[in-house]
Design a protein around this ligand. Structure first.
Ligand SMILES: *Cc1c(COP(=O)(O)O)cnc(C)c1O
Length: 452
């Protein structure tokens, strides 16, 4: 056994490794500065735990480190979980036309804020207006970073500026995502939250009794991410709108998942158009939930209110960039043409032809995985359609010789990574969220998973 000091002497210098013929092409790919950093990090690790085997394996380790460096951190994965709007996996995937529009706009100058007719300065929020007016009946729509931002902008403009009160039912004081709570957004900027009714029942009379000269707004929150059943009651939207009108204050509805047109798999979901018809003054909703577009927060409603929101300096900090505007316009254009198959989220929720796909796919899976098509359930996810189960067939794998959890981990390390679920000691693949064009890659990864 060589002594540690002797081992340390065997570790090559950075410059020598930079010149090595076997490695030089790799370094020219990532550039000299990155190459030095990658080499230095590997050498540091080696000096901390020197061993003959580690010294001998230095070259392959450098190749692997350079590969890791080159690999993007944010990259596509195959979602085999069946959770259509998986927040951790980026929610709604864009349809091909929307992705193409985004790419075209990304690599070019655009008329983002330029009026091609007059040659003067234009407005970015005008591009979507005709489509959104047709789809929702709204006088005007403004678009910002996400629905949370839309809520912040609306509350900041309509309430916080003059530190008034907001009425919210106790049954709607929701937490939207990690620690983002309706109650906190309302109170953070100095407005007073006035809780109305009880957790399970809030009547119109409760709202009426809570009105005061300082009330600036009634906020209604759609239960898009949880359900209540049993002894529950809330006033119909139209009655609440009438009360707000009578009091001379706006009714704001946070519709959350924001359905534009209920398609198969989202039956009974309230639409933006229906809320506006019921008399809501301003509706906020997400672009990347049931709408199936890019991350965005849309605010549709009365022109006078939206003009005030637009004039708030916060709008500039929250507004949407041209890439997502392009993707959103293309998605809305698909709605306009009723081209449902261009919006992946809608196709996945509908799940048409899923059973036949699952059965055909299951027969191609290598025998050692002992695949079986079994009844299963997918969910919409992403804070939309809670309690709804989308029934279908899923593929259950009981691999020979490795645990379901180990197979799940191997699939996650595949290229592209495959995200699967584990249930009752089996690894579950739900093809509802796998694009038909990804099936070959999925199959190849399943074949490779044995040898890992
Ligand atoms: C999802 C959701 C939000 C937040 O929307 P983001 O686009 O994720 O910011 C707000 N309110 C409700 C009711 C929601 O369901």
């Amino acid at each position: 056994m060589p002594q540690p000091r002797e081992l340390l002497r065997q570790i090559p210098a950075v410059d020598e490794l930079l010149r090595r013929p076997g490695l030089a092409p790799l370094w020219s790919e990532i550039g000299p500065a990155a190459a030095r950093r990658v080499i230095a990090a590997e050498l540091d690790a080696l000096r901390r735990a020197p061993s003959p085997a580690a010294v001998a394996a230095l070259e392959p380790r450098l190749v692997e480190a350079a590969r890791r460096y080159r690999q993007a951190s944010l990259r596509p994965v195959i979602n085999a979980t069946g959770v259509v709007l998986h927040t951790n996996l980026g929610r709604a995937p864009l349809g091909a036309p929307a992705a193409a529009r985004l790419a075209a706009v990304a690599a070019n100058y655009t008329n983002l804020e330029f009026d091609l007719a007059t040659g003067r300065r234009g407005r970015r929020d005008r591009h979507l207006e005709p489509l959104l007016a047709a789809l929702t009946g709204a006088e005007r729509t403004l678009v910002v970073n996400n629905n949370a931002a839309a809520l912040v902008l609306a509350l900041n403009t309509l309430v916080l500026e003059n530190a008034g009160e907001v009425l919210v039912s106790r049954g709607e004081l929701v937490e939207i995502g990690e620690t983002f709570r309706i109650a906190d957004i309302v109170t953070r900027g100095g407005a007073t939250l006035v809780e109305v009714g009880a957790t399970n029942r809030t009547r119109l009379a409760d709202y009426r009794a809570a009105l005061s000269p300082r009330t600036r707004l009634i906020l209604r929150v759609h239960r898009s991410n949880f359900t209540q059943e049993g002894f529950v009651e809330q006033p119909p939207l139209a009655e609440l709108a009438a009360l707000a009108r009578e009091a001379g204050i706006p009714l704001l509805e946070d519709l959350g998942s924001g359905c534009l047109s209920p398609q198969p798999g989202m039956e009974g979901e309230p639409t933006v158009a229906a809320s506006l018809r019921a008399g809501v003054d301003l509706v906020t909703y997400s672009g990347d939930k049931l709408l199936g577009g890019p991350q965005a927060g849309l605010m549709s409603g009365r022109a006078a209110l939206l003009d005030r929101l637009r004039a708030n300096p916060l709008y500039r900090a929250l507004r949407l960039d041209r890439l997502r505007l392009a993707a959103l316009e293309a998605t809305l254009d698909a709605y306009g043409r009723e081209a449902w198959d261009e919006i992946p989220v809608l196709a996945m929720l509908a799940g048409e032809g899923l059973e036949a796909r699952v059965r055909a796919f299951a027969t191609q899976i290598p025998a050692w995985l002992r695949a079986e098509a079994v009844p299963g359930e997918s969910v919409a996810g992403g804070g939309a359609r809670p309690g709804q189960r989308l029934r279908g067939l899923v593929i259950a794998l009981a691999p020979d010789g490795v645990s379901a959890g180990e197979l799940q981990a191997r699939l996650r390390r595949a290229a592209p990574p495959i995200i699967a679920r584990v249930g009752r000691d089996r690894c579950l693949l739900d093809l509802r969220t796998v694009f038909p064009g990804q099936e070959a890659e999925l199959l190849a990864a399943l074949e490779r998973a044995r040898r890992e």
